[in-house]
Design a protein around this ligand. Structure first.
Ligand SMILES: *[C@@H]1O[C@H](CO)[C@@H](O)[C@H](O)[C@H]1NC(C)=O
Ligand SMILES: *[C@@H]1O[C@H](CO)[C@@H](O)[C@H](O)[C@H]1NC(C)=O
Ligand SMILES: [Mg+2]
Length: 261
């Protein structure tokens, strides 16, 4: 009896995960979940508690993923949990978008962050010399990766993006990436299935020295002054979602790999 019910549970889990995996773009599955326990408590650090504190914005200004949580974060990012968590974000945002009474005057807008929101840098962060953020950030190496223009889409957020376009909401990409990467970012967005936007805002010379919150607030304020109504805003960093004119609703995509203040 017991054996049969365990079998049924396993069969159910397998069929559920198969059904779920169909919704995802296979490109993001190219990297296999890491081997190893993926256990939550490692060397006295509860990595799930750590990740929860990061997502809830209880932990701020952290520099590195705790060394003992590198495998945990790797398993999370490469496995089904991260993808499912992103789908829940997109579901909530689509439900909200469907509930809106849109003016339809071309000023209903939605702001998208790019890295770890619209596009995924998992292929970079999975590298052995990056270790999912457990070793210090290397600007040169990361910029080389950006210059490849090979970041895949995060399927859940692309689904949200397409839904918003179908509703007539204007999409605006607002990224901390430097202006000099504009062409490569456009090519990367197109390749990943994002082909239509009102604005693509990158960090220019005039934004030098601003913190992420100051930069994004400044740009959103400019948008509002132009007449846009920021109905929604989606990002993986809290600095995308706080500050001036954050939007009527904000949606946080998970990111336990790095912190930008
Ligand atoms: C950063 O990345 C560059 C380019 O890959 C590499 O040459 C350099 O050694 C790296 N720096 C550190 C401190 O690892
Ligand atoms: C968005 O927020 C503004 C300012 O608080 C408010 O006037 C407007 O009604 C809100 N729009 C929606 C669709 O909730
Ligand atoms: Mg981001």
């Amino acid at each position: 009896m017991k054996i049969i019910s365990i079998f049924l549970i396993i069969a159910t889990l397998l069929s559920t995960s198969n059904a779920n995996s169909k919704q995802f773009n296979p490109i993001i599955h190219l990297l296999r979940p890491r081997s190893g326990s993926g256990g939550v408590r490692v060397d006295g650090v509860n990595c799930l508690s750590w990740r929860l504190a990061v997502e809830a914005y209880n932990l701020r200004d952290w520099r590195l993923v705790p060394a003992s949580c590198e495998d945990y974060v790797g398993n999370y990012m490469l496995g089904a949990q991260y993808r499912d968590d992103c789908e829940v974000v997109a579901d909530a945002a689509v439900e909200y978008a469907n509930s809106l009474q849109l003016a339809g005057d071309g000023r209903d807008a939605w702001v998208f962050d790019i890295d770890e929101t619209t596009l995924s840098n998992i292929p970079y962060y999975a590298r052995s010399d990056v270790q999912f953020g457990a070793i210090p950030y290397n600007d040169t190496a990361f910029n080389e990766w950006v210059a490849e223009g090979a970041a895949p889409a995060i399927p859940a957020i692309r689904r949200l993006y397409k839904k918003l376009l179908s509703l007539g909401v204007k999409t605006i990409f607002l990224t901390g990436t430097a202006e000099r990467f504009k062409d490569i970012r456009i090519a990367n967005l197109n390749k990943a299935g994002y082909k239509d936007w009102d604005k693509l805002i990158l960090r220019g010379e005039a934004d030098r020295g601003l913190s992420a919150v100051e930069y994004k607030s400044k740009k959103r304020t400019e948008l509002v002054n132009e007449g846009y109504r920021i109905l929604g805003n989606v990002g993986d960093q809290w600095s995308d979602l706080i500050g001036a004119n954050a939007g009527n609703r904000t949606f946080k995509v998970p990111d336990p790999m790095y912190y930008i203040g």
